[in-house]
Design a protein around this ligand. Sequence first.
Ligand code: SAM
Length: 285
Amino acid sequence: MDLSDISTVRRIMSMYGLRFRKEFGQNFLTDGSVVEQIADSCSSDPACTVLEIGPGIGTLTRALASRFASVVALEIDEHLLPVLQFTLADFDNVTVHHADVLKTDLHELLQPCFERGKVAVCANLPYYITSPILMYLLESRLPFESVTVMVQKEVADRICAMPGTKDYGAITPVIDYYASAQKLIRVPSDRFLPAPKVDSAVVRLTLRSDADRPCHPRSEEKFFKTIRAAFGQRRKTLVNALSAGFPDLSKEQIREAVVSLGLDPEIRGERLSVALFSDLSDRLG
Ligand code: SAM
């Protein structure tokens, strides 16, 4: 069964009387070689478990199930469950749950999988909630081996951006804190059904252990607050943006903290690496 074949996708959707649900970000992948590449990049350990978010009609799921010991898939759209029962019938190592990933207790769900070995995440993510899902996975602190995801090309550019470039945003240092990111392939919009308006890219995040983090802020809460504040007012200088985010501190105190790091007081937040954000948060207040 080749689920990446466009006429097969259309036939299955009409067989089950389904439409592509925009509200769930349903753009199904129709390029078999991209499906294989994503599954290949997911892990080098065939004994691992893969958590797939949004299996759709099971295209990537089949590629994962044929490579890895087991697949746990979470699908929000109940109409796709009978389809998945049909398309995955020849695999006994896939468990599909009808669930919203953001409302799922991943610790509870995956505990038996972590007890058996490594767990990786793989997904063609629904575009409307890419960042919340990535943050949910990373903030869970679960020791995933990796997170390999298809995202909008612009999001991939942001995740992998260098400080001082136009793509560098709040999500860049935050992701850098949790993981090292690598852009793998670019995927044109016509490789999906229906085709989205923008191109996509596959990104692989290799999660860092606590010891491997690029910095160790004294307070993580203040560190993340500093980043949020710095990018909350992007056209302002760092000092002005932080003044708005830290109303309890005087502008002079913030300026002193910035200058004490050897930085120009007129610098903008997008020039700071994750390590500098950490140092700065340590010196604020
Ligand atoms: N994996 C399939 C593929 O590559 O063709 C489908 C990918 S499609 C871009 C995103 C999938 O995520 C859809 O099946 C959609 O119903 C599902 N989805 C959307 N929001 C979700 C959520 N919060 N939790 C779980 N699945 C979700």
